[in-house]
Design a binder for this molecule. Structure first.
Ligand SMILES: [Fe+2]
Length: 472
């Protein structure tokens, strides 16, 4: 939403310490241990606070599940060893249309979550939340806005929270989320791309992804058909995804169809430096044992001769960052792909993006990335570049492409709508590609100690014939 996580954290610290000089700092903060009565708006529109309400700064809950070894000088935090995941739990999908968009969840971490929603009229923002089924804490701001973002901070890892948002006196239904686990712990995530002008198909993916039970949703772009057409963000993305987005955080890369639209930046909350708002679409984040690098392939990513351009440098530095390199699994997402065997009407007017083929994907492979998840081509294609699995998974809803040429790097091609699901375990990373019938038509397993593909299986026989894409 155009603000860095650091900036938002600073906002919250300000809120928790009630530091506003004029009493108008726009945030109300409640805590079950300190404030049994919810904070309320007074008649002058300011937030009523008691002295106890303002004494919250030193009361942030500690990171649960972390062993702290203290010595005389410093405390060293040692994360617990990796524990293989429990069985996935389906996510209930109950679309709540109290507000224009959302509420939806972004910028997840083990200790924080951004709650976002959009209202038709500019109003205040308040989130009631708490552990398990409680709603005993509140964070909000009085500033009248239509796109609301409230950061819930000081949360406990791998913990289920209940929340409800309130604006202009209207309250949403009750929803839930679970924070990311500690850095060594397994996660499940689902991937979709190129849903764009196929919201009915995308809605089927949403239902299927929810029934599986992901911890996180990620996407490789073209999530709307024309990013500058504001209504499409609701019609094609936030509408069909609404019920799932209430409960599971979402992080999206930008495709060409987003058109670098200001609506992307308004509606997203991606970590980025405060002095580089454009890098809200070129960012990375850690979620449990997995690092995600979200690449905007509309940017100039490739060096010119020996000269590295700023966006390319940003991408490379994220790939090399300790946050990425310390992860068990490294997943990069970008919209355009390196090599494409399918294209509209089988004409091969596009067969991959040169910069992604010659620089981006080899650079990621050299830095130990396990997957490059792309779209742009509306088909499923799996290949390998070095030890990196190159996937095109552009089957989110846009009309399908047809096969037109062979690339030696690509071993599996399937022309059907699909999404992906990943289990990033302690030792193995399993990817499954799922069609609209719920059939796993391709899967791969990687072992963290054995570079490249450990096991895989190609597409099922008797594939449906491709439909030709004349509506790109
Ligand atoms: Fe597309």
């Amino acid at each position: 939403m155009g603000r860095s996580r650091g900036a938002m954290a600073a906002l919250l610290v300000l809120a928790l310490s009630c530091a506003g000089e004029d009493g108008r700092n726009d945030v109300a903060a409640g805590d079950s241990r300190l404030s049994d009565t919810p904070l309320e708006l007074s008649t002058d529109g300011l937030l009523d606070r008691t002295a106890a309400d303002c004494d919250l700064g030193a009361d942030t809950p500690p990171d649960a599940g972390m062993d702290v070894i203290a010595d005389d000088q410093a405390a060293e935090v040692v994360p617990p060893p990796c524990k293989e995941p429990d069985v996935a739990v389906p996510v209930p999908v109950e679309p709540d249309e109290t507000f224009d968009l959302g509420p939806y969840l972004m910028s997840p971490s083990s200790t924080s979550m951004s709650v976002m929603w959009r209202t038709l009229e500019a109003t205040d923002s308040l989130v009631h939340f708490g552990k398990d089924e409680a709603l005993d804490r509140q964070v909000g701001q009085l500033a009248a806005v239509t796109v609301h973002e409230i950061v819930l901070d000081g949360l406990e890892p791998d913990t289920r929270y209940t929340y409800q948002v309130e604006s202009g006196g209207a309250k949403s239904q009750i929803h839930h989320f679970t924070t990311a686990p500690d850095p060594a712990q397994p996660v499940r995530f689902a991937h979709f791309s190129d849903n764009q002008n196929g919201p009915e198909v995308f809605a089927q993916h949403v239902t299927a992804m929810a029934a599986w039970g992901p911890d996180l949703l990620v996407g490789s772009g073209d999530h709307v058909q024309a990013g500058l057409e504001e209504p499409l963000w609701k019609e094609q993305l936030f509408g069909p995804g609404r019920g799932l987005f209430h409960e599971v955080p979402l992080q999206l890369a930008m495709g060409n169809h987003e058109e670098n639209s200001p609506f992307y930046y308004d509606l997203m909350s991606n970590p980025h430096p405060a002095d580089h708002p454009e890098w809200e679409s070129l960012y990375g984040f850690r979620f449990g044992n997995t690092y995600f690098l979200m690449i905007n392939t509309n940017y100039f990513l490739c060096p010119i001769g020996e000269v590295e351009l700023p966006d390319g440098q940003r991408m490379r530095e994220l790939a090399e960052s300790p946050e990425a390199q310390s992860a068990t699994w490294r997943i990069a997402l970008g919209h355009e792909n390196a090599v494409s065997e399918c294209w509209g009407d089988g004409d091969c007017g596009y067969d991959g993006t040169l910069c992604v083929r010659n620089y981006v994907v080899p650079m990621l492979a050299d830095r130990g990335f396990h997957f490059y998840l792309s779209g742009h081509t509306h088909a499923y294609e799996r290949g390998q570049v070095g030890n990196l699995v190159h996937l095109i998974a552009g089957g989110g809803g846009g009309s399908l492409d047809a096969w037109c040429k062979d690339w030696p790097q690509t071993g599996v091609v399937h022309t059907a709508h699909h999404h992906l699901r990943f289990e990033a375990g302690c030792q193995t990373l399993r990817m499954e590609a799922v069609d609209l019938a719920g059939t796993v038509f391709d899967w791969v397993e990687l072992d963290k100690d054995a570079p490249g593909i450990l096991k895989d299986e190609g597409p099922i026989p008797d594939l449906p014939p491709p439909s030709l894409n004349s509506d790109r």
